[in-house]
Design a protein around this ligand. Structure first.
Ligand code: SF4
Length: 196
């Protein structure tokens, strides 16, 4: 589809974090998935969709950069399959042509699906504060940022409804922490201290 690689329905403008090329991060799930990817050129579907892809989506990385990274690092990546899977299904850059909703989740999902969190200095149950899991912070921030669009999607109804539980102070704290994560990662200096 002409122009598909440049689609960016969510208006994502963040650069791909430098640690995607090194695996040098304190986030245990990303460190493992990225380290394995860079070593072997392979990661399984859930690592691709729900660890590396999930973090890039919720951080707000430009979908084209995510697509180019997947194409470069995975030995089984061929563009006609990889592009719609990455830009469409994983990053929702096509606005829903490939997938009927953005696949977002907190660190609690990763905790349920893996043993990563047991060896991580972050707490998947926390969205703010020094031990907050960046996935959990960015999950709530993603819902806050895109609430008007997500409200129109029946498949996101429960997640959007949960936002009502957050009062203004809580929303502002999450947004401030998410902004700090983005600023630190964009500066390239915080490849390890992602939310300190
Ligand atoms: S606590 Fe968060 S960053 Fe750490 S392994 Fe779990 S999901 Fe990943």
């Amino acid at each position: 589809m002409p122009g598909y690689a440049d689609m960016n329905a969510l208006g994502a403008g963040q650069p791909l974090p430098a640690f995607y090329w090194t695996g040098d991060t304190e986030m245990a799930c990303l460190r493992d998935a990225l380290g394995q990817t860079l070593r072997l050129g392979y990661a399984h579907h859930i690592q691709r969709l729900m660890v590396t892809g999930l973090f890039a989506l919720m951080l707000g990385v430009r979908p084209r950069e995510v697509h180019e990274w997947y194409l470069a690092v995975y030995v089984d990546a061929v563009e006609w399959v990889e592009l719609p899977n990455t830009l469409g299904m994983s990053q929702h850059g096509d606005g829903g042509l490939m997938a009927s909703k953005p696949y977002i989740a907190t660190g609690k999902y990763i905790q349920r699906m893996s043993n990563y969190c047991a060896g991580c200095r972050f707490d998947p149950a926390e969205a703010t504060g020094p031990k907050a899991c960046p996935f959990t912070t960015l999950y709530w921030d993603f819902l806050l940022q895109h609430e008007p669009m997500l409200r129109k999607n029946q498949r996101m109804a429960m997640q959007v409804r949960n936002l009502a539980r957050l009062d203004t102070a809580r929303r502002e704290a999450i947004q401030a922490q998410a902004a700090q994560i983005r600023q630190q990662l964009a500066s390239g200096k915080a490849t390890r201290e992602s939310n300190q």
